[in-house]
Design a protein around this ligand. Structure first.
Ligand code: BES
Ligand code: MN
Ligand code: ZN
Length: 488
């Protein structure tokens, strides 16, 4: 793991405050009332804390903001961070407050005096998520951040709460590490190796190699990868934490690099296509999270790992390829490769597992970024109840998700002169025709959600809970969906 996650929760030790090294954070509610720790810090700083809280800066600060008192006289600490936060924050407020602390702390020691504040572990989760740093390929000083120590009135409760949340942070970090990794490192082979490590947590892992995929008839998937030196693979991950009920299936697009193939992409920005395995990365992070917290549910996750390269053996525009389902596809544009990968993996997942529901995640279309920007993933579904449950989970976790339409009329655009369908439907409604294409590979009666995460998987500026780069979008929402709908 790139960034170690270490938080501790201990009882408040008022006597220790004067001698603490690093930074001390103290939580002050909007009305400005200091708790016993605050009063102690105020005495030690000869009234400086109370003056800061009574000044205009504190009144003007928003809930969740952090104010800084540098070189506080009377303390050994290098700074006192004053976090303005209600004593009973919402989950979202708590996480954002933790993230605000993470931004101010640097890498030194931090002691958060949280007293009786509720949701302390959620503050810790926000702090951990925002402190993530992908420095695997930086040389030079890489000292990891020191522990963040929380002083609280009920350390056992906070610790128990954190034990339930830490696996989520680990899941998100797993996703971010995979998505941030460059494609010369994260080849299909390396990706499969990293997934095998989930076996330590009790996840069953199988890697299907090209000869097996050929036997299964996954020709559209194999056609995408046939121009690459890296072999195509499908990895099947099973978490059996439930009873004998049918599993939920998660499917991920794992294009480790998307050059566009023979329909090659322009040079400018092509480097961003290292993140074209974001769907597979998210699915992997969810498996890590649910296995880490030993979820009482049956979940299967399948990822299609391929690289889309131009080569003498690469597929050509105009090729006709037969999918595992049996439908034939005329490949008009080799850059519309994600759907060719997903359709075979989705078909195989339904064929083998008869799942009670299926969710696919993919950095599928640039068009979804035109529609929704980087704030929301596109959500497509054939089932209002299933879709509603997902949207609710995403909202609760603060992960943007917006439902888009499906409809038969869009199917017209996929008609091919010589095959059962084309792989592209033209410029108009590009994300919807992509979803319609996938919809043809959903069996009657399978509730299905397609998440187009091209805009949210990796972003160019910091977000509330992540530094720029891979966000891990979807890990928390899917974990919550599993918790709410499949456990207990
Ligand atoms: N991986 C891309 C989509 C993408 C674009 C992801 C930008 C992240 C950021 C996908 O394989 C692709 O190339 N889609 C084409 C489809 C078109 C050829 C119909 C696109 O969006 O241009
Ligand atoms: Mn493409
Ligand atoms: Zn792609």
């Amino acid at each position: 793991m790139t960034t170690p996650i270490s938080l501790s929760f201990t009882e408040t030790d008022i006597e220790a405050l004067a001698a603490l090294a690093g930074k001390i954070a103290v939580i002050v509610p909007p009305e400005g009332k200091l708790d016993p720790v605050g009063r102690r810090l105020n005495r030690l700083t000869k009234g400086a804390l109370a003056r800061l809280v009574e000044a205009e800066g504190f009144a003007k600060a928003k809930d969740g903001d952090v104010l800084q008192m540098a070189f506080p006289a009377g303390l050994a600490a290098e700074a006192v961070l004053v976090l303005k936060l209600a004593r009973r924050p919402s989950v979202e407020e708590a996480r954002k407050a933790g993230a605000a602390l993470a931004k101010q702390r640097g890498k030194g020691a931090l002691t958060v005096c949280a007293g009786a504040t509720a949701r302390v572990a959620e503050i810790g989760l926000g702090l951990a998520l925002r402190a993530y740093d992908f420095d695997a390929h930086k040389t030079g000083d890489k000292t990891p951040a020191e522990d963040a120590a929380f002083m609280v009135s009920k350390p056992d409760e906070a610790q128990a709460e954190w034990d339930g949340l830490k696996p989520l942070a680990e899941g998100v970090f797993f996703t971010r590490d995979l998505v941030n990794e460059p494609s010369n490192v994260l080849t299909t082979v390396e990706f499969a190796e990293r997934l095998k490590a989930l076996a330590e947590l009790g996840v069953d892992i199988e890697v299907l190699e090209e000869d097996e995929l050929e036997k299964l008839g996954m020709r559209t998937l194999l056609a995408v990868g046939q121009g690459s030196e890296s072999p195509s693979k499908v990895v099947v991950m099973q978490w059996k934490g439930g009873g004998d009920e049918a599993p939920l299936a998660l499917i991920g697009k794992g294009v480790v690099f998307d050059t566009g193939g023979i329909s090659i992409k322009p040079a400018a920005g092509m480097e961003d296509m290292t993140m074209d395995m974001g769907g597979a990365g998210t699915v992997a992070g969810v498996m890590k999270a649910i296995a880490g917290r030993k979820a009482k549910a049956n979940i299967v996750a399948l990822v299609g790992l391929v690289e889309n390269m131009p080569d003498g053996r690469a597929q050509r525009p105009g090729d006709v390829v037969r999918s595992m389902k049996g439908d034939t596809v005329e490949v008009i544009n080799t850059d519309a490769e994600g759907r060719l990968v997903l359709c075979d993996v989705m078909w195989y997942a339904q064929d083998r597992f008869s799942p009670s529901g299926m969710i696919d995640l993919a950095t599928l279309t640039g068009a979804i970024i035109i529609s929704l920007g980087h704030e929301n993933a596109g959500v497509f579904s054939n089932d209002d109840d299933f879709c509603g449950a997902f949207l609710k989970a995403a909202k609760a976790e603060g992960e943007g998700a917006w439902r888009m339409p499906l409809g038969k009329a869009y199917d017209e655009k996929l008609k091919s002169r010589i095959a059962d369908m084309k792989n592209v439907g033209g410029r108009d409604a590009g994300s919807i025709t992509a979803a319609q294409f996938l919809g043809r590979f959903v069996k009657d009666g399978t509730p299905w959600i397609h998440l187009d995460i091209a805009g949210v998987a990796s972003v160019k500026s910091d977000t509330a809970l992540a530094p720029k780069g891979a966000t891990g979008w979807g890990v928390l929402a899917l974990d919550r969906l599993i918790r709410d709908r499949y456990e207990g």
